[in-house]
Each structure stands twice: as C-alpha cells, then as structure tokens.
Design a protein around this ligand. Sequence first.
Ligand code: GUN
Length: 295
Amino acid sequence: MAAQIISGKEIAQQIRAELTQEVAKLKEKNITPGLGVILVGQDPASISYVSAKEKACDAIGIYSDDNRLSAETSEDELLGLIEKMNNDPKINGILVQLPLPKHINEAKVLLAIAPSKDVDGFHPVNVGRMVIGEKAFLPCTPHGVIQMIKRSGVTLEGAEVVIVGRSNIVGKPLANLLAQKSELGNATVTVCHTRTRNIAAHTLKADIVIAATGYPNTITADMVKEGACVIDVGVNRIEDKTRERGYRLVGDVDFDAVKEKAAFITPVPGGVGPMTITMLLYNTVESAKMANDLL
Ligand code: GUN
C-alpha cells in the first residue's frame, strides 16, 4: 500500500496559525518580534531560502530587517553588523544564512551572535545547552523534523531511528535530540555516514529513516523496511529542461519507489523545508517572549 504523505506544508501551516495568535497577543503588549536577516553573496539557493524566511515572517507579523551584503563583504564588516544587531532591542533573532563566502570564518561568525538571539541554534552555547537537556534554542531543521514525526502520530518512544548523515546542522543535533530522555526523544538512534560499511543493514531495521546526505537517491526502496516512516531532509537541484527554470528539486530519497514500501513519507518540496522556516519563526517568537520576561 502506498505511504501516507506527511505534508510539511500543512503541519507548518498549523504551527504558523498558532504563532500568528501568539504574535497578535504580543502586539497587544506593544511587542513586535524582530528577526535580523543577513545574506552574504549571491548563491541562488540561499537567496531563495532567505526570501522565503522573510516572507514567512511578514505573513505572521514578525518584523524582519533584511541585509543583503555583497560577496566581497569583509569578515570585520559582517561582525560589525552582528554586533549592532546584538545590541538592538528591536531584534530578537539573528539569522546569518550559511554557507558564507570562503574568506569569512563561519565558526567565528556564529560565535559572535549573542546566544540569546541565536534563533538558528548554532552557537556553541546553545548546542551545549541542548546536549545536556537545558533550555536552548533548538536548531530549526532537527526540531522541524521531530515536530513532523510527532504531529503525524508516528511513535518516537522506543523507535529504532536511523539517521543517514552527520552534519552539524542536521545529523548531529537530530541524533542528540532523538536520544534524549524527553518528549522530543526517547528513541534508539543510529547515525550512518560516508564511512559506514553497510548503510542498508542499518536502515532495513529502522522504524524511522531520516535522510540528510545531500545526494539524490541515497535511500532506495531496497534499503527500507515495509511500513517504515521515511523523512527526507535533502534539497537537491537537478537539471530538468522541461521546467522553465531549468531544474527541479529532489530529496535524498528515491520517493516514487520508497513510497510504495513505507507507511509514511515526506515529499520534496513541501516536506521538511517549510518546517525549517516555521521553527525559525517559533524560535524568534520565543526569543521575543524571553526578552520581555514573558517566559
Ligand atoms: N543554510 C542551510 N540551512 C540553514 C539554516 O537552517 N540556517 C542558516 N542560517 N543557514 C542555513
């Protein structure tokens, strides 16, 4: 039987409706959550992500401060802008879109963002707090993935979860959150990566497979257990001359074949992507509440 499609778009809409109400309540107290957005350079995928994030802010009443900087911007200039935002009470969250141009030290930039405004959850202070189970901004894609699983009624507690990919943004934090003794976790987690000898041997045992490799067709139907839940974090542009823009988006999962075997599957686009943006909005609203002693 074909899998139930988990629509990130629909779940994101639910959460955004909840957030719209929260923002309206904050506005009654004269508080408008603000997000400072910084994009350095002209990477087409980054431009489209940043535009989507700003549009989403606007739709729920979050103020966004748009900063598009040239690819030649110096590290010092970028650090200066971050410092200004750190000290600006109208800004509750700071988003520096990654990747940054090669001449800028990414780790140094992430470290410059005040942890209290780090709505991406990338600052080592927030990463550390998350790992030890203290209150922290959770990274948006991992948190979005967990919300999708939970809101689809798929059981996490006790589930065998296999994550394919070990990036700082997705694989590592997801593994950590899912293994924690918390309502977002309580799963048994395996992390597969480029040095794993036999990825299929692991994924075939998984109740939930999460693909975050950055390569199309990493997860094929023969790698998935009948009735599994498959979450596709990948966003890959592949050439498609039949499309006006010359490409189409695919995930890391062979969607058409895997959907015949899985019980739940996320599409690309319309899956994890809208959830990532939604959890950024969520963190920005939380940050505004914290800054005003409402949490
Ligand atoms: N680049 C790819 N994903 C992300 C993200 O979640 N946040 C930021 N800042 N940059 C990214």
